[in-house]
Write a protein that binds this ligand. Structure first.
Ligand SMILES: O=C(O)c1ccccc1NCC(=O)[C@H](O)[C@H](O)COP(=O)(O)O
Length: 209
């Protein structure tokens, strides 16, 4: 089985090029000001313009004002919205775009409940819970909390690196993996060697399936 790969938190044109040439299926731009990986609308336009056909440009938001999402959508050609806070399903669905919802996993039963609540999403992203941060924590979580029954495509995030992504794919069998800190040399600065190592691991484990 093929596992798709989303690289999140890109801020530099050269990192878009490196992610795309490594084989990224999707890239993520962070529209959440407190994040060290946040981009401005002007930056996002420049970054999105480098992304070729068949690579999904994802815009990530955390509990945004409706106006902010609309402003971004007017200016940046996003293919997919990613809501990473506590947004209700009706809000996520109200922009007329495809969207995914992130769940920060803390306890048993949470993912099953989210599959129900966000059933109209294009996927559910499961990430680590942290008391102080909404995402991009570099932490993994207890993958055994992920149910085998999945009504939506499951995207696994949280603390993935070249060293654990093969185990993650073998254990969880996600539709896609999402990585940010594990392919960085500094916040928002992706590292071409780490990207290559990460993709090599994904390909290696997918080939043996
Ligand atoms: O990346 C951020 O700074 C961020 C901030 C607030 C909410 C979400 C954020 N990132 C979301 C992502 O999609 C990350 O790829 C995901 O959380 C995994 O991050 P990491 O553990 O660093 O791989």
């Amino acid at each position: 089985m093929i596992t798709r790969v989303k690289i999140c938190g890109l801020t530099r044109p050269e990192d878009i090029d490196a992610a795309v040439s490594s084989g990224a299926d999707a890239i993520g731009l962070v529209f959440y000001a407190p994040s060290p990986r946040a981009v401005s609308i002007a930056q996002a336009r420049e970054l999105a313009a480098r992304v070729p056909a068949f690579v999904t440009v994802t815009g990530l938001f955390v509990n945004p004002e409706r106006k902010w999402v609309e402003q971004v959508l007017e200016a940046v050609p996003l293919d997919l919205l990613q809501f990473h806070g506590d947004e209700p399903a009706e809000f996520c669905a109200s922009f007329g775009r495809r969207w995914i919802k992130a769940v920060r996993v803390r306890e048993a039963g949470q993912i099953e409940a989210a599959f129900q609540e966000y059933r109209n999403a294009s996927g559910l992203l499961v990430d680590a819970w942290d008391p102080n941060r909404y995402g991009g924590t570099g932490q993994s979580f207890n993958w055994s909390l992920i149910p085998a029954e999945r009504p939506l495509p499951l995207i696994l995030a949280g603390g993935l690196t070249f060293a654990n992504v093969a185990d993650a794919i073998e254990q969880v069998r996600p539709w896609a993996v999402d990585v940010s800190g594990g392919v960085e040399s500094g916040k928002g600065r992706k590292d071409a060697t780490k990207l290559t190592d990460f993709f090599n691991e994904v390909r290696r484990v997918c080939k043996t399936d």
